[in-house]
Design a protein around this ligand. Structure first.
Ligand code: GLU
Length: 446
């Protein structure tokens, strides 16, 4: 089956990587239930229900015409309307979005909420663009996307390069085109239909999940040193919750390099990182100008191939992007006796890195389980929009904790049931696949 998949999707490395990992995990299910094979459930899951690609044309600040490619991959609607983020990055390709949409299919099922799966975005690079350019791009993007989405059809949200500002511009454009105020996007501002904690949800949820993993071993995050790669939304709010739980982040990064602060990044230092990265859109390197105890290691173009994974710490949270942690990085984590690795990004480990971590018998959670907090709170935003009722910060945070605990429990139970006790990768894939496949079979061959 994998051979045929490769022939059918040549060059789509990220998509094939995700598809193969899931295929390996679901073997016990396929052996047990012949119907899954005869109904070709996994083959169907690997073919998105619909892929839309479109031209996005807009004027930059010099009145020059710019052309980008926009996408929406509507992967699966067996258990609910399509749901998943939009990514704006020059690295966006169809392969990346197909892998993300496939991961989203199982992730959304794991939340226990009625969510189908999609992913989209554009090969647009927001770096260095003015606010007005971002606005014009978002409007041009929505000028086409609006035809394909709707609050019971497909509900996009943010992802890399798409935060509250971009959601705002896209929401404004959608409302203007349709003349309707509906919950068509999640990640909205709390003043105009958004939910509390949505921005923080992926990072907070990741730390809640890690806490559950440690609880299994009568341990906790209290006093644990942590590596948190990245310095975007996921990383920053993971650091915030980790600090609140008594842990000590000692390293963070961006695409140029990483900082190591052995004394630990505390609340005040994290506020500084928020200002550098979220407000000023600057480089993490400038952290060291303020905090002399920290050191900066440049990784861009580094011949010695230094990585953040060589820093010694109790826990590691890869929160930057796909395939950021390779085999060598994984070996460093094993050598350093890292206790726990929980993914905040989607598929941050290469296939070989994941194998090293699994062999190393460490506590290892895949992103589709440990980073599902973001989409879970998106679902809660959708519920609030439908009901016209808004919950407090505390209420939403309680719901987030509840969802993460449920996902954790479901992963462990599924893993145990299929002879993979303690294996979160197998557990997440089996649970998610089982749920979506049951719905697909109930709905017939369509
Ligand atoms: N992009 C996020 C993810 O990877 C959130 C998606 C959503 O909220 O729809 O899960």
């Amino acid at each position: 089956m994998i051979k045929q998949l490769k022939e059918k999707n040549p060059g789509e490395d990220e998509f094939l990587q995700a598809a193969e990992e899931i295929y390996e995990s679901i073997q016990p299910l396929l052996k047990e239930n012949q119907q899954l094979k005869s109904e070709k459930i996994y083959e169907r899951m690997l073919e998105p229900e619909r892929i839309i690609t479109f031209r996005v044309t807009w004027l930059d600040d010099n009145n020059e015409v710019q052309v980008n490619r926009g996408y929406r991959v509507q992967a699966n609607s067996a258990i609910g309307p399509y749901k998943g983020g939009l990514r704006f990055s020059p690295l966006v390709t169809l392969s990346v979005l197909k892998f993300l949409a496939l991961e989203q299919t199982l992730k959304n099922a794991l939340t226990g909420l009625p969510l189908g799966a999609a992913k989209g975005g554009a090969d647009f690079d927001p770096k260095g663009r003015s606010d007005k350019e971002i606005m014009r791009f978002c409007q041009a993007f929505m000028l086409e996307l609006h035809r394909h989405i709707g609050h019971q059809i497909d509900v996009p949200a943010g992802d890399m390069g798409v935060g509250e500002r971009e959601i705002g511009y896209m929401f404004g454009a959608f409302k203007k085109i349709k003349n309707k105020f509906t919950g068509v996007l999640t990640g909205k501002g709390t003043m105009w239909g958004g939910s509390y904690i949505r921005k923080e949800a992926t990072g907070y949820g990741l730390i809640y999940f890690a806490q559950e993993m440690l609880k299994q071993h009568d341990d906790s995050l209290e006093g644990k040193t942590c590596i948190i790669s990245g310095s975007g939304n996921v990383s920053i709010f993971a650091a915030e919750k980790a600090i609140a739980m008594g842990a000590k982040p000692v390293a963070m990064s961006d695409s140029s390099g990483f900082i190591v602060d052995k004394e630990g990044i505390d609340e005040e230092k994290l506020e500084h990182i928020k200002k550098i990265k979220l407000e000023d859109k600057g480089r993490i390197q400038t952290y060291c100008e303020q905090y002399k105890e920290a050191e900066y290691v440049e990784t861009k173009g580094d011949k010695n191939k230094n990585t953040i994974w060589q820093v010694k710490a109790d826990c590691a949270f890869p929160c930057a992007t796909q395939n950021e942690l390779d085999e060598n990085g994984a070996k460093s984590l094993v050598e350093n006796n890292t206790l726990l690795i929980a993914e905040g990004a989607n598929m941050p480990c290469t296939a070989n890195a994941a194998k090293v971590l699994q062999k190393g018998k460490m506590l290892y959670a895949p992103g589709k389980a440990s980073n599902a907090g973001g989409v879970a709170i998106s679902a809660i935003e959708m519920t609030q929009n439908s009901m016209g009722v808004y919950w407090t910060k505390e209420e939403v945070d309680d719901k987030l904790l509840e969802v993460m605990q449920r996902i954790h429990k479901n992963c462990l139970q599924a893993a145990k049931e299929y002879g993979k006790e303690g294996d979160y990768v197998s557990g997440a894939n089996i649970y998610g696949f089982k749920k979506v496949s049951e719905a697909m079979m109930a709905q017939g061959v369509i």
